[in-house]
Design a protein around this ligand. Structure first.
Ligand code: SF4
Ligand code: F3S
Ligand code: FES
Length: 252
C-alpha cells in the first residue's frame, strides 16, 4: 500500500518538467583527427530551457572538452550563432521546446568560415569585411562643441541597421558567401548601410565605392537567407537593396 511520502514523490515526479533530449553535436578537434564527426549526448532537461543551457550541461557535466563561444547568454553579444537543426540561430535565444525535442537536435558550426574546434569558427574574415566598410562616423573640420543634432526622420532612416550585433548568422547563411568567402557578405553591408544613410556622416561615397567592388553588393542574388537568419529581425535584404539603389542613383 502506498504511503503518503511515496504518494508525494510520485506526484512530484509526475509533475517533473524534465524530458530526455538528444543533442547531436558536430565535433572537430584538429589535434585528434582531420575529420569532423557527430556525437550524441542524452540530456534530462526542461524543454523551456534554451539550447545554450543544454550545451552548458554537456560541457559542465558530461564532456568538458566541448568547445563553443558564448558570453552574454541574452542575445546581445552575438557570439553563439550556430546551425541548430540546419538553421542559423543564437543558442541563447532558442528554446528547446520550439525545435521539436522529440527528434535529435543537430548542432553544427555556422558555414563558410573555417572551423577551429567543435562549434568555434575563425571569425577573422568576417570581421575583416566589417572593418573594410569603415563602420564608424566620419566627419571633417567641424569638431562639435556639443552633440551633433539629427532629426527623428533622419535617425529613422538607418534605425533598423543599428540593431546589428555582428553575430554572423546572416553572412554564414548566404550561399554566395559559402561559394568562396570573398563576398563582403550581408553583415558588412548592413553596417555600411548604418553609416551611409546617417545624415551626420561624410564618407557615404567612399563606402559605396568600397561596396561597388567585384566582391561587393552586386554579388547579392536576393536569396533572403540572411533576412530569415537574423536574430535581431533586421530587414537585411532590404538594406542591401537600398545600398544598391544608392550606388545607382548616388542619392542617400
Ligand atoms: Fe547578426 Fe543580423 Fe547583424 Fe547579420 S545583420 S550579423 S544576422 S545581427
Ligand atoms: Fe546572400 Fe542575403 Fe543576398 S542571403 S544573396 S546576401 S539576400
Ligand atoms: Fe551573447 Fe548568445 S551568448 S548573444
Amino acid at each position: 500500500m502506498a504511503t503518503p511520502v511515496l504518494d508525494k514523490v510520485e506526484a512530484e515526479s509526475a509533475a517533473s518538467p524534465y524530458i530526455t533530449v538528444t543533442f547531436r553535436v558536430r565535433r572537430f578537434n584538429p589535434e585528434v583527427s582531420a575529420e569532423a564527426t557527430w556525437e550524441d549526448f542524452q540530456l534530462e532537461i526542461d524543454p523551456k530551457e534554451r539550447v545554450l543551457d543544454g550545451l552548458h550541461k554537456i560541457k559542465w557535466e558530461l564532456d568538458g572538452t566541448l568547445t563553443f563561444r558564448r558570453s552574454c547568454a541574452h542575445g546581445i553579444c552575438g557570439s553563439d550563432a550556430m546551425r541548430i537543426n540546419g538553421r542559423n540561430r543564437l543558442a541563447c535565444k532558442t528554446l528547446i521546446k520550439d525545435i521539436n525535442p522529440e527528434k535529435p537536435i543537430t548542432i553544427e558550426p555556422i558555414k563558410g568560415l573555417t572551423v577551429l574546434k567543435d562549434l568555434v569558427v575563425d571569425m577573422e574574415p568576417f570581421f575583416q569585411a566589417y572593418r573594410d566598410v569603415m563602420p564608424f562616423l566620419v566627419t571633417t573640420g567641424n569638431e562639435p562643441t556639443r552633440e551633433r543634432l539629427q532629426s527623428p526622420e533622419d535617425r529613422e532612416r538607418f534605425d533598423d541597421t543599428t540593431k546589428c550585433i555582428l553575430c554572423a548568422a546572416c553572412t554564414s547563411s548566404c550561399p554566395v558567401f559559402w561559394n568562396d568567402g570573398q563576398y563582403f557578405g550581408p553583415a558588412a553591408i548592413v553596417n555600411a548601410h548604418r553609416f551611409i544613410f546617417d545624415s551626420r556622416d561624410e564618407a557615404g561615397e567612399q563606402r559605396l565605392e568600397i561596396l561597388n567592388d567585384k566582391d561587393g553588393v552586386w554579388r547579392c542574388r536576393t536569396t533572403f537567407n540572411c533576412t530569415d537568419a537574423c536574430p535581431r529581425g533586421i530587414e537585411v535584404t532590404k538594406a542591401i537593396q537600398e545600398v544598391k539603389r544608392a550606388l545607382i542613383t548616388r542619392r542617400f
